[in-house]
Structure formats: C-alpha cells, structure tokens
Design a protein around this ligand. Structure first.
Ligand code: CO
Length: 183
C-alpha cells in the first residue's frame, strides 16, 4: 500500500470533521499496513528526490482521517537539532500537558488545507502522549516538547475533527502570549 497525494482529503470534505474511533490492539494486518503507509508517506515527502518524483506534498505528520479513514492512527516525523523524532501511533492520547504554551511563529499548515489561514495556533509547550507505537512495537508514553509536541497535538486534533485554524483567534489572529515559547 502506498499513499498518493490524491488519496488525501481536503477540509472541503465533511469527513475531515468526523471523530475517529479507537483501533483494536494488537493491530490488525490492515491497520498495520495503513499506519506504516502513513509513516512512509511522511518520510518520503521529506526526501526531496522522492517527493519530486512522486509529487508528494511535504509533511511532518498525517492522521488516518486525512485518508477518509476514521481510525485513531497518526504518524509524525520531525527532524530537529537533537535528532529525529518519529512515531507511528495507534490510539494516541494526551495524558498530561504543560500550562505554558508554544506556537510556530509563522503559523501552521496541513496537508488537508489549501487555503491560507494566517495566525498563531497556541499549543501546550510540553505534553505526554500514551499510545501504541508501531515503529517500536510497544505501548509507550512519549514526552514531547517544542516542534515535535506541536506536531503531535496537530495530528491528535485531527482525531477529534479539529483543524489548526479552529484555534486561531478570528478577531486577533496574531495575538501574543508573553509566556509562550516561540518556535
Ligand atoms: Co493536518
């Protein structure tokens, strides 16, 4: 199974607002294949040569609902200075979050969103996520901060049908949070 750009649904498709359901563990072969294909899409999309050859839109994460599949499956791959943070999670759940916020200075983007939605998206600066990680074949708790934490929250939001621009203040899109970490 290989995911192509055409397989990704946009926010004009009402399915993007669907709530995703837990998957059974251990993962079925079908769900394993889907989750692995999602991870591979993200990984390949960050390889310039592959992305160009296969017309992949670059991404740091994807959720199954973006393929029209309402299952709690997400893949995230974030290259950062301290190394690559990568997960392919089933049933991810945020079990703790910092009071302090963080946000991307330039705002967020999404494979399912073509229109511009400028503005700050405040996320928790640090989170702990519990879930089953296909990459390590383990039930795990991930402590994430910085860009990785933001990406995880963006993808986990998709499982509730929430898009990044839902978090932007319509009256003051570039509002500041003095306490927040700017990334
Ligand atoms: Co997205």
């Amino acid at each position: 199974m290989k995911i192509k750009v055409e397989d990704i649904i946009l926010d004009s498709d009402p399915r993007i607002r669907e709530k995703s359901q837990d998957v059974t563990l251990p993962l079925s072969e079908e769900n394993k294949e889907l989750l692995q294909a999602m991870f591979n899409y993200v990984k390949d999309s960050q390889d310039d040569a592959i992305a160009e050859a296969e017309h992949l839109q670059p991404a740091v994460g994807i959720a199954a609902i973006q393929l029209g599949v309402p299952k709690k499956l997400i893949a995230v791959l974030v290259p950062e200075k301290d190394g690559v943070h990568q997960v392919a999670l089933a049933n991810p759940k945020i079990i703790s979050e910092s009071v302090q916020n963080a946000y991307l200075d330039g705002g967020e983007g999404c494979l399912s969103v073509k229109d511009e939605h400028p503005g700050h998206v405040f996320r928790h600066a640090r989170i702990k996520v519990r879930g089953y990680d296909l990459l390590t074949d383990k039930q795990t708790v991930i402590s994430a901060s910085g860009y990785f934490a933001i990406c995880l929250q963006h993808e986990i939001d998709h499982l509730s049908g929430i898009l990044f621009y839902d978090h932007i203040n319509p009256d003051d899109p570039w509002m500041e949070d003095e306490e927040a970490i700017v990334i």
